[in-house]
Structure formats: C-alpha cells, structure tokens
Design a protein around this ligand. Sequence first.
Ligand SMILES: NC(=O)c1ccc[n+]([C@@H]2O[C@H](COP(=O)([O-])OP(=O)(O)OC[C@H]3O[C@@H](n4cnc5c(N)ncnc54)[C@H](OP(=O)(O)O)[C@@H]3O)[C@@H](O)[C@H]2O)c1
Length: 257
Amino acid sequence: MQYTIESKIRMPSQIRPLAGKVALITGAAKRLGRVSALKLAEGGADVAVTYLHSAREARNTAREIERLGVRALAVRCDVTDEKSVRTAVQQVLKNFGGIDVLVNNAGNYETVEFESLTLRQWDAIFTSNVRGPFLVSKEALPYLRKRHGRIVHLGSLGGLRPWADHAHYCSSKAALHMLTKVMAKALAPEISVNCVAPGMIDLGEKSAAGLMRRMAVQTPMRRNGNANDVASAVLFFACAPQFITGQILYVDGGLGL
Ligand SMILES: NC(=O)c1ccc[n+]([C@@H]2O[C@H](COP(=O)([O-])OP(=O)(O)OC[C@H]3O[C@@H](n4cnc5c(N)ncnc54)[C@H](OP(=O)(O)O)[C@@H]3O)[C@@H](O)[C@H]2O)c1
C-alpha cells in the first residue's frame, strides 16, 4: 500500500523531472542542441537557448519549447567572447531568476589534413570548443552553485579516438573531456559536471549518406546514433543523482570499443 501511495506521489516528478528548473543550453538553434533543448523542456525545465548566427532558427526553437508548456528564451551569445557570455547569462537570470542546468553544446567541427592545418584553424577550434565551455561555465558558476546545479559538456568520440584529418577537433574534445574531470573535482560538492560524447550521429544529411552506411556496419549496435540518443544522455545528466560526476558518457553504439 505504502508503495502505491509513494509511487503515485512521485509520478509527476518522474514524468517531468526538471519541473521548476531552468536550463541554459548554448548553440541550440538547430541540430543536436535544438533536440536536447526540446528534451530538457519535455523534462519540465524552462529553457534558454543561445545562438550565434542562427537567430531565426533559435526563435523557432524557442516557440517549439513554449508549445511544451514551459518558458523559453532565445539569447545571442558568442561563447568565445567574455562580454557576450556575461550579457547572455544576465539575460537568462533577468528572465528566469537562476540557472540549474548548463549544457555547453556550442562547438565547431572541421575536416583538415594534418599537413594543411593552419594555426588560425587550430586556434579557432580550441577557442570555441574549449575556451567557450570554460567561459560560459565560469560565468554561470555562482548561480549554479546557489542551486546545486549541473553542467553538461558535449564532447566527442573524437576526444578519445584519433581521427587523422581532425587533429585540432580531436585534441579540443580531449581537452574538454579533461576539463570535465577537473571541473567535477573543483566544483564539488555543489555542482556536478559530466560530458556526453557522441560518436557517429546521423542527422539525415545527404552528403554524409555513404559514410553513414559504412559506419553503421562497423558499429556494434549496427546503426548510427540520432539526435534523440544524444538528447536522452543530456537529459540523463541534467537530472541524474548529483553523486554522478566527472563522467564521460560515449553515445556511440559501441563504436569506440
Ligand atoms: N553532430 C555530431 O555528429 C557530433 C558528434 C560528436 C560531437 N558533437 C558535438 O555535439 C555538439 C552539437 O553538435 P552539432 O553537430 O549539432 O553542432 P554544430 O551544428 O556544429 O554547432 C552547434 C552550434 O554551435 C554554435 N556555435 C559555433 N561557434 C559558436 C560560438 N563561437 N559562439 C556561440 N555559438 C557557437 C552555432 O550556432 P549558430 O548556428 O547560431 O551560429 C551552431 O549552430 C557540438 O559540441 C559537437 O562538437 C556532435
């Protein structure tokens, strides 16, 4: 009997585990970030999405979020720029009053042969993929700390496996994986810090169809991942026990094994 009563009482929070929480997700106008933002909203969170160039798509994503019955905000933010990050975080605070979950999703990916890789390309990838998450996390830190919040980084299987034509990208994601672990230690016990590291994700792009077919055959799960696989992992860390921290979760169907 007791079990029945408890499970009835607990049902709403199980369905919407983030009800009453505020999530900030960077680079979430489209693609993986958009789907993760919608997943957090389905979980009950009010969601602020940031964009750099995709203003129209960000507004559309915000409208989709609102249709799920929670509040949404689209904010411009260049994650590499301290002033822009500060302004964006302040806008979120002004509208939503705090931050419980920060998802550092914004990033860049580029394919370049090692011998052609320029210093400018190297620095640009590190600036968005490593300095960005560091800057946004630092800015949101006091607010996350107040609410015993969570940080989720978006790493990559490329941060574990060396891909010959992606030296800068792989190195930047490896750095982000390490930053996850350092931050988990440095920010405990108030804040948990984890990382979702996607493998081969099929976003339906025609230009990648051949590669996707080849990769699915090589993947133990016999398929590539999709945006929902990644978003589910983001939601997991957004509401997992605070005791889970410093983890890199590969969402790769076993490809990295
Ligand atoms: N897609 C995959 O298969 C895959 C695999 C492994 C890891 N990941 C990681 O998962 C995350 C999301 O993947 P994705 O493919 O959806 O990413 P994406 O489309 O390459 O980039 C996401 C967003 O990042 C934003 N962005 C780039 N530079 C920025 C900056 N300086 N300041 C603020 N925003 C910036 C862009 O926003 P605007 O469009 O508004 O300019 C872009 O829409 C990334 O961190 C990526 O590295 C993806």
